[in-house]
Design a protein around this ligand. Structure first.
Ligand code: C5P
Length: 300
């Protein structure tokens, strides 16, 4: 019988994102507390002779990108090489997480493929190896191998699991597709030494999480908010509009998506969603996803 597995590939937000310094290898040393959230892609893996990739859902999100460049495809090839296997799999990615928006969608797909194929192929790689292979694919995939709430250091590739954070509801604000691009390198490049911090914000978030206290706005900080006005003026405009209403928007990763925390019910969500829509962004309600939920593997 042909085996098949299904996994979710959740998006993330950064509770904190700090840059400590520029590194000689061209990357930046970061401290970040990351969190998987309910917005997700779905990854289905079926045993096959070759590695193939199929996109469904909102696949036009990835239009023009050859499969060999897709992080999920590269993850499958990297695991096969590392484990010395001669197996294949048909990978179906059901895309829901907007790409190049700071939500980690492509990185999460790659991590789900690593975790899933490790099972499907009986590759027997310990989690540490999966984190290492994920780090060869990019700086963000290692976090998604761990999932839940975690603190990342190095270029993002050294990840330590934290207890699941307790947080209010999350409202994401997603920019129109045409206004996104691969901006991560430019965003890092736009930072100046005066934006660098010592990691204290992340330590504060970590302490709150470890004490089981609820995440709140005053704790959070994202270094890229120093450069959004220059690099992502539409995001800056939308965030400023919400700030003038008394909300506290926070950039997602290197942007240009952002998120707001809100307590309470559907009424508040509606008001907030309407305000976000007025700024030209697309509101998406979400909530934190515990590690156990983020890492579940379903046998089909
Ligand atoms: O790791 P990834 O390929 O996603 O990084 C894309 C680019 O973002 C890197 O080439 C680098 O310019 C920048 N980057 C950085 N410091 C990090 C992560 C990424 O400068 N910690």
């Amino acid at each position: 019988m042909t085996r098949a597995l299904r996994l979710i590939a959740p998006a993330k937000v950064n509770w904190s994102l700090e840059v400590l310094h520029a590194r000689p290898d061209g990357y930046h040393e970061i401290r970040s507390v990351l969190q998987t959230i309910s917005l997700r892609d779905t990854v289905t893996l079926t045993e096959a002779a070759e590695i193939t990739l199929e996109l469904t859902g909102e696949p036009d999100m990835l239009e023009g990108n050859p499969p060999a460049q897709n992080l999920a495809y590269r993850a499958a090839v990297a695991l096969r090489e590392r484990a010395g296997l001669r197996k294949g799999a048909h990978i179906v990615l059901e895309k829901r997480v907007p790409v190049a928006a700071g939500l980690g969608g492509g990185s999460s797909d790659a991590a789900a493929v690593l975790r899933g194929l490790n099972e499907l192929w009986d590759a027997g790689q310990p989690k540490l190896n999966l984190v290492e292979i994920a780090g060869e694919i990019g700086s963000d995939p290692p976090f998604f191998v761990v999932g839940g709430t975690a603190i990342a250091s190095g270029r993002g590739d050294a990840v330590e699991a934290l207890p699941d954070a307790i947080a209010p509801s999350i409202m994401l604000a997603i920019p129109p597709a045409g206004e996104r691009g691969e901006k991560t390198a430019q965003m890092f490049g736009a930072l100046k030494p005066e934006h660098y911090t010592d990691g204290d914000v992340s330590i504060g978030v970590r302490e709150t999480v470890e004490a089981g206290r609820v995440i709140h706005d005053e704790l959070l900080n994202n270094v890229f908010e120093h450069v959004t006005s220059r690099m992502q003026p539409d995001a800056e405009r939308a965030m400023n509009a919400l700030r003038s209403d008394g909300y506290s928007p926070h950039l997602c990763g290197a942007g240009p998506s952002f998120f707001l925390l809100y307590g309470g019910g559907a009424d508040l969500a509606d008001v907030l969603a309407r305000r976000i829509r007025e700024t030209g962004f697309d509101p998406r309600p979400a909530h934190v996803l515990r590690r156990e939920q983020a890492l579940r593997i379903e046998e089909l």
